[in-house]
Design a protein around this ligand. Structure first.
Ligand SMILES: Nc1nc2c(ncn2[C@@H]2O[C@H](COP(=O)(O)OP(=O)(O)OP(=O)(O)O)[C@@H](O)[C@H]2O)c(=O)[nH]1
Ligand SMILES: [Mg+2]
Ligand SMILES: [Zn+2]
Length: 306
């Protein structure tokens, strides 16, 4: 008899699948996902799968198919040149960031926001470690995100500040926590679910960055049905599945002024009469956001010529 399940965790081709109220260890039956070789992993946390009992091991299951994904948070593995699905079927992509230790990296946030928008996952920013203080320049950049329509939460896993607001925002939804190593993703999740006791690492004082404590993605089901996915820290966020001339649509503050650019197909790069560039020069569009745009555009154009 087949049943439907939700992937909570998976490593070495053994998956923990929530079926009804129980967690069942499952393997993939045979080579059913051979069409999916373009991906590093055929099954990801958040996938909905069909499972049959394993005839050789009655307490375990065999995954026989996967329901089509609504969306996916994908990491592009530059070394292997393959996309890796970190989590699927999610409502919010929460970029967790810290103001200090590790340092604030707004360009990295810009990339994660684009990744979410491409997949039609609502991107949200969570500024953790607020107990360490926020300098003026960082605050200006954070206000700019809000001005452009992104939700920004301020919290501290150390003091508990802002946690209840975060909890009510994610209630009943599926949220993936993403960000650099050491920003406090696992710490925040431990605070949301105190019995959880996820391993928390330190921030290397020598390099001022995390030590990659979380090794595998895991979905945590909170008591009220809220779902949160903790993920390993990522060093870089590559945008890969995008036509370079589409990128401009993922920077919300470019959309309105682009109507006043000299060319309707303006890439806001070096075209004459570009309104976006004019607003950057006037300080009305944050120059750092524009730099992020140019950096991503460049990487997409390079990639096209492989
Ligand atoms: N001061 C301060 N430290 C925090 C806060 N949140 C987490 N930390 C510390 O930051 C360090 C890293 O926390 P983790 O929760 O392991 O970070 P992570 O994002 O899960 O890191 P990876 O699993 O490596 O990706 C730990 O030493 C935490 O105690 C906070 O709000 N304030
Ligand atoms: Mg972690
Ligand atoms: Zn333009």
């Amino acid at each position: 008899m087949e049943s439907e399940g939700l992937i909570l965790f998976g490593v070495n081709n053994i998956y923990t699948v929530r079926i009804d109220e129980k967690d069942v260890q499952c393997r993939i039956k045979g080579k059913i996902f051979k069409d999916d070789r373009a991906y590093y992993n055929p099954i990801a946390v958040g996938d909905i799968v069909r499972v049959t009992p394993d005839p050789l091991s009655p307490d375990e299951g065999l995954i026989v198919s996967r329901t089509e994904r609504k969306n996916a948070f994908i990491r592009f593995n530059m070394k292997k040149r393959t996309p890796q699905v970190i989590a699927s079927n999610v409502d919010y992509l929460m970029t967790i960031t810290s103001v200090k230790s590790p340092p604030f990296r707004p360009r990295f946030i810009d990339r994660l926001l684009v990744s979410g928008l491409i997949e039609e996952i609502e991107p949200v920013i969570v500024v953790n470690k607020c107990d360490l203080g926020i300098d003026k320049e960082t605050q200006i950049r954070l206000d700019d995100f809000e001005k452009n329509g992104f939700k920004v939460f301020y919290c501290s896993a150390k003091t508990g500040e802002g946690i209840e607001e975060l909890r009510s925002f994610i209630q009943y939804k599926t949220t993936v926590f993403a960000g650099q190593s050491g920003v406090g993703k696992s710490s925040l999740l431990n605070l949301l679910e105190p019995d959880l006791d996820l391993k928390v690492g330190k921030v290397s004082s020598k390099y001022d960055r995390g030590v990659h404590t979380t090794r595998f993605s895991i979905m945590v089901l909170l008591d009220d049905g809220t779902r949160v996915i903790d993920t390993p820290g990522i060093r870089e966020c590559w945008i890969y599945n995008l036509d370079p001339d589409q990128l401009k649509f993922y920077f919300p503050e470019f959309i309105l002024p682009s109507g006043e650019c000299g060319y309707s197909s303006c890439l806001h790069f070096d075209e004459p009469g570009c309104k976006v560039k004019e607003l950057v020069e006037e300080g009305k569009i944050h120059k750092d956001r524009y730099k992020s745009y140019l950096n991503i555009l460049e990487s997409l154009t390079e990639r096209e010529s492989y």
